[in-house]
Design a protein around this ligand. Structure first.
Ligand code: ADP
Length: 416
């Protein structure tokens, strides 16, 4: 018998999942169902890294069938599987939900009412929840919100300068990537508790990207605002944009709302600027003028927003990179940290080249860390706490190599 918890992260055309034991951080299996609604692909990997068999071609006509296909593959791989509880990433929790909660019909209605705030994501999250309830009617289900971590923002970082009525209707700066920030904040607190009490600028740089100002473990400001479009340029999203550009697109170019959504969400960012790809690895290898300019713009905006987030806290005590680019791109990290000596940021190029956990130079005032994020594990911990009443904090942080304590201790006991 394999008792397990299932974490589901349903996107517009994908379903990421992690199967975890009732206790412990090592996954039983993880995977990704991609291109749901088209010629879908399914990847399933055991916790120890080996690929597991999946049906070919997988049946993935919608989120419900994709989940059935995923469950079929999981049961084939682990015949004695019993799902005790399920956790879901939900993009929008609105102004009030600031922690994971048990799902019931009333909550689902509340979350459906928030769909206009995140029309490209929320309906897919809810479709994933409905499919999981149908598959496991007896199992408790927990919703974990990307916005929850940012509900601690002060008013000035929660509002726009629009007439007050819009704020009251919910037009606010919600911020996203909250599960990632919550996870990495927890990791930092265990690796370097004194640093985690300070002013931390955290850069989640992936296909979606944002930066967050976190003081004593609480979000103070984020580059993402009302939607997941604001702030940094992303794989295919524009990032911060003068609203006058949108007016121009409507009034002079005749674009309607759907065409603008397509342009700003799917054809802009690194893809739009490079004309080549949304994938940083491809751009780094390309070497064309357009690809280099796309990287230049990304780096420039990340630098600018690190400065802005530090200003929101009156200073910076540590910089943390996470996300696919933040965890892996030596080039982007090195370029972002150039010309940052005024903030006490200076990296050790050897440590950066090794993808070490601490990449700042020994003499630098501000430690710079690389900490892998794990949204599925955060969801599973929330499920244990909310559905099973188990709040046990894992004893050891998820270290990969890398002796961070020594590196931090070398700068005067910052590891706490
Ligand atoms: P998502 O937001 O979809 O979860 P990820 O966090 O997986 O995205 O990040 C995807 C991005 O990370 C892509 O741009 C990819 O090119 C980049 N990336 C992954 N590995 C590397 C690497 N070794 N060097 C540079 N970029 C990388």
């Amino acid at each position: 018998m394999t008792d397990a918890l299932l974490a589901l992260n349903a996107g517009s055309s994908s379903l990421k999942f992690g199967l975890y034991p009732a206790a412990g951080d090592a996954p039983i299996a993880t995977g990704l169902a991609d291109r749901i609604g088209a010629e879908g692909t399914l990847r399933l990997r055991a916790g120890y890294g080996a690929d597991l068999p999946v049906p070919v071609p997988p049946d993935m006509s919608d989120h419900g069938t994709a989940l059935e296909t995923v469950l079929g593959a999981l049961v084939a791989a682990f015949p004695e599987l019993t799902i005790l509880a399920v956790g879901h990433r939900v993009v929008h929790g609105g102004p009030d939900l600031d922690a994971p909660v048990l799902i019931n019909e009333g909550l689902l209605e509340e979350l459906e009412a928030l769909s206009p705030f995140a029309p490209l994501h929320q309906p897919h999250n809810l479709a994933g929840i409905r499919a999981a309830i149908a598959a496991f009617p007896e199992a408790p289900q927990v919703a974990c919100f990307d916005t929850a971590f940012h509900r601690s923002h002060p008013f000035v970082n929660d509002t726009f300068a629009l007439p007050r009525a819009y704020y009251d209707k919910g037009v606010r700066r919600y911020g996203f990537h909250g599960l990632s920030y919550a996870f990495v904040t927890g990791e930092l607190a265990r690796i370097a508790p004194r640093l985690a009490e300070g002013r931390v600028v955290m850069a989640h740089l992936g296909n979606g990207a944002s930066i967050c100002a976190i003081h004593n473990g609480r979000s103070v400001a984020s580059t993402m605002g009302f939607s997941a479009l604001d702030g940094l340029p992303m794989g295919t999203r524009c990032g911060q944009l003068d609203p006058g550009v949108v007016l121009y697109l409507m009034q002079q170019e005749g674009l309607d709302a759907n065409a603008i959504v397509d342009l700003l969400y799917r054809r802009s960012g690194l893809l739009g600027l490079s004309g080549l790809s949304n994938d940083m690895r491809v751009l780094e290898a390309a070497g064309t003028t357009e690809a280099n300019q796309a990287i230049d713009y990304f780096v420039f905006r990340v630098q600018r927003e690190i400065g802005a987030m530090a200003a929101a806290m009156g200073g910076i005590d540590a910089l943390v990179f996470c996300g696919g680019i933040g965890e892996n791109s030596r080039l982007v990290r090195a370029r972002v940290c150039e010309r940052m000596a005024w903030m006490g940021i200076e990296i050790d190029h050897e440590r950066n080249a090794l993808n070490a956990m601490v990449i700042s130079s020994e003499m630098a005032r501000t430690p710079v860390l690389v900490l892998p994020t794990n949204e599925e594990l955060l969801i599973v911990r929330a499920v244990r706490s909310v559905a099973l009443g188990n709040d046990a904090v894992p004893e050891a942080p998820l270290l990969h190599d890398r002796a961070p304590e020594e590196a931090l201790a070398a700068r005067g006991g910052a590891a706490g």
